[in-house]
Write a protein that binds this ligand. Structure first.
Ligand code: NAI
Ligand code: MG
Length: 540
């Protein structure tokens, strides 16, 4: 077979396999699932073929008070293409002074601007219009995202962008459903609670899902009437700037959303410790999460929500359909180049199916299609940057030297950019670094267990508690495990199912608070109790 016909055969085989798998909704990277997600989420016109060449970068300045502006220092930094390491664009580098300007703009917009005076219905319409604009610009934004981040274009355009607009529509629906209560009091008093916006929200986001994290953060904050200063990740500043412009086009008043590109220890720290920021939301590493929590405490005690790291167990029980479990465990780990906070990075397999599972997991990893993320058939693009590339390669070396069995992969893929071969380790033991640390790369670690109590104890023996996958056909086993695992999300016979209404967040050192769904609204609200005497003459 020629290379081309081999590739066509492979794609045909993937599609055929995926079809036989129709009941599962998790196979985001499989063609059939992409179609189902698109048809569920997207109201945009049918997507065209992927854009094979990157688009033009339109916005590189900071977005403050409704204007694109240079940083106060005039400094710029570069953002790079993970396929090659080449520079995509020079971007204005915000620091403490720019954060100060942005917080000032957000403060004025909150205290004096038209935003707080708008009706909930007007705010809803702006969010809906923004969602429509996201749909209309999906291809251009997705191409920008792929270029800046390295994720497959198909994933960006057909899964993540539609999820962003879906999130905005979900929160648009909440704006006019936020209201307080009346409460009984022991006396002649009328007691009511008002749910008021908290004020200026500082939001710091990472690079693994740049626009999706932007949407998760701004949705509940805007729906509840707050203003925002967003600090994007230095690796991926481009799509948030584009989206800020679309929000303005949708009618968001000036100063309500400000986007500052820049580094963590300068711009990020200035935001976390700012005295005029009323609330902080952070997604990123547990290490940096601890830092920003400390900064918030030492400055003005602003409340903080944190979405941090994970080392999520994926448990394959003895009654599991091994083929499905292999596919699901593969997806749970390798999706988004392994750069997911909730990646199923400890694959626990029952001893009775362990050998079969390992052989099939290895075969599936070998089959994984790695390459230029703009190509339509690609499952895996490059890691985000050289720092992450080196970190992941370091963990691979550590896995080898600690005695785990390298089943496949373990090397750089290709000769340029930050690609890593899909890597599978078997015979992984709990005390190995690869079983404990968040690797954040395409490295699957397969461990063996013998009974449920054993796997529960080991699955919970980590400081993290973000998510878990459970694979079994026995409802009692599923119920036992879901209640025993100390994590914020348990996916049973599925993985990485995200929906605007499903709350997401961690137990233990994986975070504080929940994003998405009804739960996230409370992060952005203050409760005011209003007490009024009831001067009813009959009572006097
Ligand atoms: P990070 O947590 O340092 O960065 C996330 C965000 O925090 C970025 O916007 C960054 O600029 C900002 N930041 C960094 N230092 C800061 C500081 N001192 N004050 C305020 N803001 C600060 O994560 P990084 O360095 O990009 O990646 C390191 C590791 O973190 C990864 O290898 C991965 O294990 C984990 N990570 C987890 C993510 C998640 O979704 N939970 C996302 C990104 C990284
Ligand atoms: Mg960092």
């Amino acid at each position: 077979m020629t290379n081309r016909s081999k590739m066509e055969f492979l794609i045909w085989k993937l599609v055929a396999e995926a079809r036989s798998f129709e009941t599962s909704t998790i196979l985001l990277l499989r063609t059939c699932h992409l179609r189902s997600v698109v048809s569920r989420y997207s109201t945009a016109a049918a997507l065209q073929e992927p854009i094979s060449a990157p688009v033009k970068v339109k916005y590189t300045q900071l977005f403050i008070n409704g204007q694109f502006v240079d940083s106060a220092s005039g400094k710029k930094f570069t953002t790079c293409d993970p396929r090659t390491g080449n520079v995509i664009a020079e971007v204005a580098e915000g620091d403490a002074e720019d954060i100060n300007r942005a917080v000032g703009a957000a403060r004025r917009a909150f205290d004096e601007g038209p935003w707080p005076k708008m009706t909930a219905y007007e705010r809803s319409n702006i969010l809906l219009k923004f969602a429509d604009l996201l749909d209309q610009h999906t291809e251009e934004i997705a191409a920008l995202e792929t270029w800046d981040n390295g994720k497959p274009y198909e994933q960006a355009a057909k899964v993540e962008l539609p999820m962003c607009s879906r999130i905005m529509r979900y929160y648009a629906g909440w704006t006019d459903k936020i209201h307080g209560l009346t409460a009984p009091a022991d006396g002649p008093y009328h007691v009511q609670t008002l749910h008021e916006p908290i004020g200026v929200a500082g939001q710091i986001i990472p690079w693994n899902f740049p626009l999706l994290m932007f949407a998760w953060k701004i949705g509940p904050a805007l729906a509840t009437g707050n203003t925002i200063v967003m600090k994007t990740a230095e690796q991926t500043p481009l799509t948030a700037l584009y989206a800020a412009k679309l929000l303005q086009e949708a009618g968001l008043p000036e100063g309500v959303l400000n986007v500052v590109s820049g580094y963590g220890p300068t711009a990020g720290a200035a935001l976390a410790s700012h005295m005029d920021v009323d609330k902080l939301a952070f997604t990123g590493s547990t290490e940096t999460g601890k830092l920003v929590l400390g900064m918030a405490a030492e400055s003005n005690l602003k409340p903080v929500t944190l979405e941090l790291g994970g080392k999520s167990p994926f448990i394959v029980c003895k009654d599991a359909d091994v083929d499905k479990a292999v596919e699901l465990a593969h997806f749970a780990l390798f999706f988004n180049q392994g750069q997911c906070c909730c990646a199923g990075s400890r694959t626990y397999v029952h001893e009775s199916v362990y050998d079969e599972f390992v052989a099939k997991a290895k075969a599936r990893a070998i089959q994984r299609v790695v390459g230029d993320p703009f190509r339509k058939d690609i499952e895996q693009g490059p890691q985000i940057d050289s720092e992450q590339f080196e970190k992941v390669m370091g963990y691979i070396k550590s896995g080898i030297s600690s005695g785990a069995t390298l089943e496949t992969g373990g090397e750089r893929y290709g000769s340029e950019g930050f690609y890593i071969q899909p890597t599978v380790f078997s015979n992984v033991k709990e005390d190995m670094l690869i079983a404990q640390d968040e690797i954040f790369g395409p490295v699957q670690s397969i461990l063996k267990f013998n009974d449920l109590q054993d796997v529960i104890r080991r699955a919970n023996a980590t400081h993290y508690g973000l998510a878990a996958g459970v694979f079994t056909q026995d409802i009692d086993t599923a119920n036992y495990l879901t209640r025993a695992l100390r994590v914020g999300t348990v996916w049973v016979n599925c993985f990485d199912i995200f929906d605007a209404a499903i709350p997401f967040g961690g137990y233990k050192m994986s975070g504080q608070g929940r994003e998405k769904g009804i739960y996230s609204l409370m992060n952005y609200l203050q409760i005011k109790a209003v007490v009024t005497p009831l001067n009813n003459p009959a009572w006097l």
